[in-house]
Write a protein that binds this ligand. Structure first.
Ligand code: F6R
Length: 608
């Protein structure tokens, strides 16, 4: 969701900015632009559409020369995705150039104030307010102006600013929107995320809220909003640039689906020793776990589906009451949190605005917050009491796959840990279950071999207008994920229903040939779901049954059968999701969709 890049050095800024923006494309955007300074003048080229449109426009104008610049990919919030609304924006008489991620909540009152002062607005964005406001406060000291702006605006932002009278300097700041500084030799970089700078440097400052960075080619200084210099540790990136590249795969999503065995293995193996679970990051004592009144889980989208799965598993294995909330609902419903309750926050990016707000809500009511996060040192990770990182590596495709699987792996570890603490997990059983867990990566490798079968299935159903997913219990939670994967990347309408709910309304939508994915892998619910399969079959549905090897008999009632290997029932979601992801992927490919960057979506949803 919006991406910022910046460069100051001795090389031509334009190609470095474009390259950086391409690395941030995964965040989702609908317009792009860059600004480059030379000889006290900053030129802007921006356009709606993709970065290739920006490159064409740059070519038309003969390129931009200069060794300092900022760039932006915009995901429209205030104002349509048009050339005018695209960033960078100019402030004052044009002497200030600015890019911004986030939302300025008090922009209307600020705009009115600035208009009264003679400022003329050309776009519909809240960002233009920031550019003019910076100009309003700028009397020759960039830091002063930035501090004043930060004290005046309400909302979330990462900003980068060029001032024509300060050639060779970029000033940047963040609050509730990610921003990193890449440290080079005779050059420095700015970006919303590490992949944008990784080609040039592995050393970064990960800016925190209310921090300001002033970059020149030879120096980076960080300040707080009282203008004190802030000392910060350099974060050294250990993962490879290839982790953020396609490496021969057609799409990032395809690559990330294939990386799931590794993501799960890397997440589990450091936390299982001699058949016993040990999560050093979790500071809860056995006593504290025994005294948990309720586990509150909050997350959005696919991470919420992991939370739905976790609810069934925690309650089954540890008998601790658990409630899973959409973060956007939790934060506004004045949730009841009692002494001893804990809150588990799940997020790949660690920056999702609603999830962060839910975390703060839970914390303010006294809950201890444990987060399951993929992006190291992200805001959610930093604000949690304990953070358990998923070891999925960078996830680039907007639709999550490997981070989802790694989150599930952490859920299993936590369930074992809780179950042990409350005395429900004898040592022998723990050994059996951890052994099962460690088999998941190879079982998933086997499922990845179903690709041809699933591609054939996709060919058969690619013309469908609606696809339904049904399941009970954990199978329902994974049906939600299968349905979201399909609709978000292929744009086919899809719904997931708890199989028992069908006859309370939805079954009226089933007609001759409607595809229904029936996930029926839970032993104790198999007969029940089979009943629901028969109900939709009787009304003409084309049933694709997803069952374990144990339940092959379903073939009598289904048009197609996909089989997953047998494992403990609570770990089956990890296997079940794989064919659903592959099916969704091929449906999207066959329909010619932009698989990695579905329309209207963003990877990191930093606005509420
Ligand atoms: C769907 C998807 C989204 C995210 C959701 C939360 O494929 O990726 O639904 O799961 O936006 O994002 P994070 O996990 O970054 O908080």
């Amino acid at each position: 969701m919006c991406g910022i890049v910046g460069y100051v050095g001795e090389n031509s800024a334009s190609p470095i900015l474009i390259d950086g923006l391409k690395k941030l494309e995964y965040r989702g955007y609908d317009s792009a632009g860059i600004a480059v300074s030379e000889n006290g003048k900053t030129d802007v080229v921006k356009t709606k559409g993709r970065i290739k449109n920006l490159e064409e426009k740059l070519e038309e104008v003969g390129g931009l020369s200069g060794t300092v610049g900022i760039g932006h990919t915009r995901w429209a919030t205030h104002g349509a995705p048009t050339d005018v609304n695209a960033h960078p924006h100019k402030g004052g008489n044009g002497r200030i150039t600015l890019v911004h991620n986030g939302i300025i909540e008090n922009y209307i009152e600020l705009k009115t104030m600035l208009q009264k002062g003679g400022y003329v607005f050309v776009s519909e964005t809240d960002t233009e307010v920031l550019a003019h406001l910076f100009d309003y406060y700028y009397k020759g000291d960039l830091l002063d102006a930035m501090v004043n702006v930060m004290k005046t605006v309400r909302g979330s932002y990462a900003v980068a600013i060029l001032a024509d009278d300060k050639p060779g300097t970029i000033i940047a700041a963040r609050k509730d929107s990610p921003l990193i500084v890449g440290l080079g030799d005779g050059e420095n970089f700015l970006a919303s995320d590490i992949p944008a700078v990784l080609k040039y440097t592995r050393d970064c400052y990960l800016l925190e809220d209310n921090q300001i960075a002033v970059l020149t080619k030879d120096n980076v200084t960080l300040y707080d909003t009282d203008k004190n210099v802030v000392k910060k540790d350099v974060y050294h990136v250990t993962w490879d640039v290839e982790a953020a590249e396609k490496c021969g795969y057609e799409h990032f999503m395809q690559k990330e689906i294939a990386e799931q065995p590794k993501a799960i293995h890397d997440t589990l193996s450091p936390r299982i020793k001699d058949g016993r679970v040990s999560i050093p990051e979790l500071t809860l004592t056995d006593e504290e776990i025994k005294n948990i009144g309720k586990i509150h889980i909050v997350a959005c989208g696919s991470a919420w589906h992991v939370g739905m799965t976790a609810k069934y598993i925690f309650e089954d294995m540890a008998r601790i009451p658990c409630e899973t909330d959409l973060a956007s609902e939790f934060r506004y419903r004045d949730p009841i949190i009692k002494k001893g309750d804990i809150c588990i926050v799940i997020s790949q990016s660690g920056e999702t605005a609603d999830t962060l707000a839910a975390l703060r809500e839970a914390k303010s009511k006294g809950a201890k917050v444990i987060s399951i996060v993929n992006v190291v040192a992200s805001t959610i990770a930093r604000e949690s009491d304990d953070v358990i990182y998923t070891m999925a590596g960078p996830e680039i495709a907007v639709a999550t796959t490997k981070a989802f699987s790694a989150q599930l792996a952490v859920v299993y570890l936590l369930a074992l840990r809780f179950s042990k603490a409350v005395g429900l997990l004898p040592e022998e059983r723990e050994k059996e279950l951890t052994k099962e867990l460690m088999c998941l990566p190879s079982q998933i490798e086997d499922l990845l071999n179903l690709t041809d079968e699933l591609k054939t299935l996709a060919h058969k159903y690619v013309g469908s207008d609606d696809v339904f997913f049904i399941g009970r219990g954990l199978d329902y939670a994974i049906s939600l994920e299968g349905s979201l994967k399909l609709k978000e990347i292929s744009y086919i309408h899809s719904e997931a229903y708890a199989a028992g709910e069908l006859k309370h309304g939805t079954i009226s939508l089933i007609e001759e040939g409607t595809p229904v994915f029936a996930v029926a892998t839970q032993d104790k619910l198999f007969e029940k779901t089979l009943g629901n399969i028969k109900e939709v079959k009787a009304r003409g549905a084309s049933v694709i049954a997803l069952v374990t090897d144990k339940h092959a008999s379903v073939s009598e009632f289904a048009d197609e059968v996909i089989r997953v290997p047998v494992t403990d029932g609570n770990f089956l979601p990890s296997l079940n999701v794989i064919p659903l992801q592959i099916f969704a992927y091929y449906m999207a490919v066959l329909r010619g969709c932009d698989v990695d960057k579905p329309r209207n979506l963003a990877k990191s949803v930093t606005v509420e």
